[in-house]
Design a protein around this ligand. Structure first.
Ligand code: SF4
Length: 230
């Protein structure tokens, strides 16, 4: 595991749980608004990753203070030893939340089948037609496969979209709604111009509340619980 950083405690990342967040290095997408752009390169010269022994002794010292570990990135499913890492977290009696861009359904399938995760948060970057405009090179078939796997699983999950004025319109939300019809929960996350991969996005302001509500109303035709994270 290339662990680039750890946030000791979060009360908000894993809904209704206290979690330690693990940031993994490497992502296969290139979203221009990405806030974690330093985590995108899969290998980074001169970067010191946190050694696993150090991480486990940290977790052992805190496991009575947290409910679980939230694994984010980058894209965690790119980590070759993710499954063993998660097994170790579970063996310590902790829950696991996984953030993913949905590009690796085979890993998700195994994690779900082997009962290794407790919560998945999957990004839905846009309508399927406009997906690669945001992510760069992208296999839409795998995105659809991940959505269906998650929707048909028994575990807790959320789908979520970071919404950006230059990238998303009402039309995208009609399309997203159709793709995730019947999902348990969907979150609309407003874009913030902070530390973006593409510097030009620093000049863009997030959507006004009224527009976020419009998007919410569109998705509510397809999903029961739709929330706005502003
Ligand atoms: S926003 Fe997520 S999926 Fe997109 S480049 Fe950043 S880490 Fe990767």
């Amino acid at each position: 595991m290339k662990i680039a950083g750890v946030q000791r405690t979060s009360l908000i990342d894993y809904p209704e749980h206290i979690a330690t967040i693990v940031f993994t290095q490497g992502c296969n997408y290139r979203c221009p608004y990405c806030h974690n752009s330093s985590l995108i390169p899969c290998s980074k010269e001169n970067k010191n990753f946190i050694p696993l022994e150090e991480f486990w002794s940290f977790i052992d010292s805190r496991k009575n203070l947290i409910d679980g570990v939230s694994i984010t990135g980058g894209e965690p499913t790119l980590q070759a030893d993710l499954i063993n890492f998660i097994k170790e977290v579970k063996a310590k009696g902790l829950k696991v939340k996984l953030d993913t861009n949905g590009s690796n359904p085979s890993i998700l399938k195994r994690l779900i089948k082997e009962n290794l995760i407790d919560y998945i948060a999957m990004d839905i970057k846009s309508s399927l037609d406009n997906y690669s405009e945001i992510t760069g090179d992208c296999d839409i078939g795998k995105i659809k496969e991940s959505i269906n796997l998650i929707k048909n699983s028994a575990i807790d999950y959320e789908f979520r979209t970071t919404v950006v004025p230059t990238l998303h319109t009402e039309k995208d939300f009609e399309s997203i709604g159709k793709v995730i019809t019947g999902a348990k929960q969907y979150y609309i996350q407003n874009f913030r111009p902070v530390n973006t991969l593409d510097q030009e996005f620093l000049e863009i302001k997030g959507f006004p509340d009224t527009k976020l509500e419009e998007f919410r109303n569109i998705i509510m035709k397809y999903v029961k619980e739709v929330f706005i994270r502003n």
